[in-house]
Ligand binder design. Structure first.
Ligand SMILES: [Zn+2]
Length: 252
């Protein structure tokens, strides 16, 4: 068996994302982190890691299915800047489609060593996100968890709900596509079995594409497309301002 079958590459198509959500709707209702109706419920969470455009496509798919979810945004990502115009407007669009935003917090950027530092730096990123997007940020998730991060188990820090609190670890089912394969169980199988009363599903944007690829290639595709976009952006900008765009030879 090759990796194609071993790691279910074909699961990770955006068309299949829609299909999985349709199945989920048959067995579950969708809720957010703050409203529970004591029925079988799914909390759908997106930690945005690689691509705002793909996150937006997912937000549109969910909107078409009448599902709302929470998109957790990074402020210190190497892969995207949430404040550049196109990304900023896409995040505003995600909000306008009825979804919520949270903070995808990077302890490694701040080099956090204890809970006091955690509170301090969460406040900074929370207020930054709130100022730009005009939303109260009520929930956060940790980016790239390690043992220290996972020891922060209180329900709230800096006034925000911690999705890695003891409650979520112990009381809520969890299914994730982290690094592009199913860590525990295939999502489709998990929701068909519908054994969880409450299930948190964690989705990572860039791991879902329009073509069947290994996880590494899915992310490389995003990187290559970004490079292409930036080259065009540079050429277009010089053209727009009537500036010379000098290469080895004249550009036609
Ligand atoms: Zn992350």
């Amino acid at each position: 068996m090759g990796n194609l079958e071993k790691y279910n590459f074909s699961d990770f198509l955006l068309s299949n994302y829609r299909k999985i959500l349709e199945i989920a709707k048959e067995n579950y209702s969708f809720t957010d982190y703050f409203n529970s109706k004591n029925v079988k419920e799914i909390i759908l969470r997106h930690d945005i890691e690689f691509s705002i455009p793909i996150a937006l496509r997912m937000a549109e798919i969910e909107n078409e299915l009448d599902i709302s979810s929470t998109y957790f945004i990074q402020l210190h990502s190497e892969f995207y800047n949430p404040f550049e115009l196109e990304n900023f407007e896409s995040i505003m669009k995600i909000i306008s489609l009825g979804h919520s935003i949270g903070l995808h917090f990077d302890v490694h950027f701040w080099k956090i060593k204890d809970e006091n530092e955690l509170e301090k730096y969460l406040e900074i990123d929370k207020s930054t996100l709130e100022k730009y997007f005009g939303q109260e940020i009520k929930v956060f998730s940790f980016h790239n968890t390690n043992d220290l991060v996972l020891s922060f188990e209180k329900e709230k820090y800096a006034g925000m709900l911690n999705v890695y609190s003891r409650y979520f670890k112990e009381e809520v089912g969890y299914c994730t596509d982290s690094t592009g394969y199913w860590r525990y169980e295939r999502l489709e199988v998990r929701i068909k079995e519908a054994k969880d009363n409450k299930l948190q599903i964690l989705i990572h944007d860039g791991m879902w594409q329009d073509e069947v690829l290994p996880p590494r290639r899915r992310i490389f595709k995003i990187i290559d497309e970004r490079a292409k976009y930036l080259k065009k952006f540079y050429d277009d900008t010089l053209k727009k301002f009537g500036a010379k765009n000098i290469d080895w030879e004249e550009i036609l």
